[in-house]
Design a protein around this ligand. Structure first.
Ligand code: IDP
Ligand code: MG
Length: 139
């Protein structure tokens, strides 16, 4: 089923010049870029995006990290877009869980600075797309 997912290329990956490489991998997989923007988000916006993690030990450093510079955000559309993007991102912990061949497995060393974000299910995708791109026509 064709679906849409929200993605971020986090500040660490933007700083390292990996935007093109990451988008290339997504497009090679078959994910179509249907929205794309570079922006630096406020603490308030980051807190809303990561509300589910509030209170966890990694929460504060995570908010500091995602607000420290520009990130790239957008929407991918394809068959199975949510799972396909999560698959090529790899598991959250880039060394102990993510497979080589995934973005996190190939480019990252620590869990916080793991280069990419992807919505974890179709319902989250709709919520995240609406939050980041209020005018975007949801499917
Ligand atoms: P996900 O990005 O793979 O969906 P989540 O569990 O939703 O992973 O965590 C959101 C983000 O918070 C992660 O991508 C990572 O940047 C950060 N994070 C998660 N767990 C840890 C941790 O144990 N230590 C440091 N940062 C973490
Ligand atoms: Mg998550």
């Amino acid at each position: 089923m064709t679906e849409q997912t929200f993605f971020m290329i986090k500040p660490d990956a933007v700083e390292r010049g990996l935007v093109g490489e990451i988008l290339r991998r997504a497009e090679n997989k078959g994910l179509q870029i249907v929205a794309l923007d570079m922006r630096t988000i406020t603490r308030e916006f980051a807190e809303a995006h990561y509300a589910e993690h509030q209170g966890k030990d990694f929460y504060e450093p995570l908010i500091e990290f995602v607000t420290r510079g520009p990130l790239v955000c957008g929407v991918f559309e394809s068959v199975n877009a949510v799972a396909a993007w999560r698959q090529i991102c790899g598991e959250t912990d880039p060394v102990h869980s993510a497979q080589p061949g995934s973005i996190r497995g190939d480019y990252c060393l620590i869990t916080r600075e793991n280069a990419v974000h992807g919505s974890d299910c179709a319902e989250t995708a709709r919520a995240e797309i609406s939050n980041w791109f209020p005018d975007f026509p949801l499917k």
